[in-house]
Design a protein around this ligand. Structure first.
Ligand SMILES: CC(C)(COP(=O)(O)OP(=O)(O)OC[C@H]1O[C@@H](n2cnc3c(N)ncnc32)[C@H](O)[C@@H]1OP(=O)(O)O)[C@@H](O)C(=O)NCCC(=O)NCCS
Length: 153
């Protein structure tokens, strides 16, 4: 499998208009960036338009302040027939210090590929390769099956 198709990274410096008066970047601003990154990797994988169907396990581990460099990584970790589950992590880096980047947010985005008529369309199959990829794939598969059972679909 072509690894370039399942991973994508985007970086951006945070500015005052994205923050509150104390300098904390709004959660919604970062969530939008996460959604944008997930959509980009999914669009490239599907080679079509995609929409966000679901967001799971969104966690804010650390605050983000104005001036931080925010780097988002999006990795396709599971693919169904028309949907793709994307793991999104957000790392923050203080550009004026020697400290290592730390993970500030994480989440799972379910993106659905759509054809030109807006109907869900089939995407290429995904085969996890490394031990880590296989473990994550199986975890997501179990969660999706449990959700389907719960919703009666
Ligand atoms: C997402 C959407 C296209 C699904 O439409 P639908 O008629 O339910 O389509 P289907 O039942 O064929 O489901 C398509 C896929 O989406 C998945 N899906 C649909 N709703 C889901 C949900 N709430 N959570 C997780 N997956 C979901 C299905 O499991 C299926 O996956 P699979 O093909 O890999 O098995 C539709 O609900 C929609 O347009 N929602 C609004 C999306 C949106 O506007 N997002 C914000 C802006 S991008």
């Amino acid at each position: 499998m072509d690894k370039r198709k399942t991973k994508l990274t985007m970086s951006q410096v945070m500015y005052p208009h994205q923050a509150n008066l104390a300098g904390n970047v709004h959660g919604g601003e970062v969530m939008k960036l996460m959604d944008t990154t997930a959509a980009a990797v999914a669009r490239r994988y599907a080679r079509s338009n995609v929409v966000t169907a679901r967001v799971d396990e969104l966690q804010f581990h650390h605050p983000i302040f104005v001036g931080s460099l925010v780097t988002l990584t999006a990795t396709i970790a599971y693919v169904g027939r028309t949907s793709m589950e994307v793991v999104v992590n957000v790392y923050i880096e203080d550009l004026e210090s020697d400290t290592e980047p730390i993970r500030a947010l994480s989440s799972y985005f379910t993106m659905v590929a759509l054809d030109k008529d807006g109907v869900p369309k089939q995407v290429p199959p995904f085969v996890p390769e490394t031990e880590e990829e296989i473990m994550l794939y199986n975890t997501i598969k179990e969660r999706r099956e449990a959700l389907k059972k719960k919703s009666g679909k």
